[in-house]
Ligand binder design. Structure first.
Ligand code: ATP
Length: 216
């Protein structure tokens, strides 16, 4: 897992995968430099923010030259731990969980769902997107044995907390929570919460009440 040498602000860290994805595309199309204006247009982050973010990486763009794509890529790869494969467990193989098992996370970053768990006997023993599905009874020992430190939670909300407690006991350090439940975890555990229904509702609300400025 991340063994950070450079401490960057959390807001900047959150934008890293975005920058990384775009720079990888640039690199594969043979581009060697990029300006903050080009980046800004592509990732929809204003160029002052990009310049500030990049200054944390020790990447100082030169006027009329821009940033060195190779330098940035190797920095991001190190910072995002792209050289090391991060194994992930998925808990709850319902509609959303199944979609994630089919999704190739390796396409854009070095994370891979290695195992999935469910209580449904009809799903246990099957393989979806090359990921084997095991019974919840085996979750704890399998996660410990495979030294998996990241989990995606796509179970019904009422069972999210007890499962989280087990994950913490099994040494999981990060949880991507797709359930509407707010999870209680010890301070050392990081939970990122993505509630798709809430996100969608808030988008609709913003569209209605805060129409975006029309372009000049
Ligand atoms: P489906 O159509 O398969 O029911 P869904 O996403 O609508 O999918 P949910 O009720 O949200 O269904 O459940 C998601 C998945 O979590 C299901 O596969 C279900 O079997 C599984 N699940 C339910 N309870 C648990 C539990 N305690 N531990 C692990 N998995 C569970």
């Amino acid at each position: 897992m991340a063994n950070e040498t450079v401490k960057i602000p959390q807001a900047t860290a959150k934008r890293l995968p975005l920058y990384y994805r775009f720079l990888k595309n640039l690199h594969s199309s043979g581009k060697q430099r990029v300006s903050s204006a080009e980046l800004s247009e592509a990732v929809k982050v204003d160029s002052a923010t990009i310049r500030r973010d990049f200054s944390y990486f020790g990447a100082l763009g030169k006027k009329g030259y821009g940033y060195n794509v190779n330098y940035l890529l190797s920095f991001f790869r190190k910072t995002l731990d792209q050289d090391e494969l991060t194994k992930v467990a998925l808990i709850g193989v319902g509609n959303l969980g199944t979609a994630f098992l089919h999704y190739n996370f390796l396409k854009n970053n070095n994370t891979k769902i290695e195992v999935a768990f469910d209580v449904d006997e009809g799903k246990v023993g099957k393989t979806i997107g090359e990921v084997p599905i095991f019974h919840m009874d085996d979750m704890d020992k399998q996660i410990v044995a495979a030294d998996i430190q990241v989990a995606i939670l796509t179970v019904p909300a009422p069972v999210a907390q007890p499962i989280t407690d087990r994950l913490v006991q099994a040494n999981v350090k990060g949880i991507l929570n797709f359930t509407p439940a707010r999870l209680n975890v010890p301070a050392a555990i990081r939970v990122h919460h993505i509630d798709l229904a809430v996100e969608l509702q808030s988008l609709v609300y913003f569209l209605k009440h805060y129409p975006t400025e029309t372009e000049e």
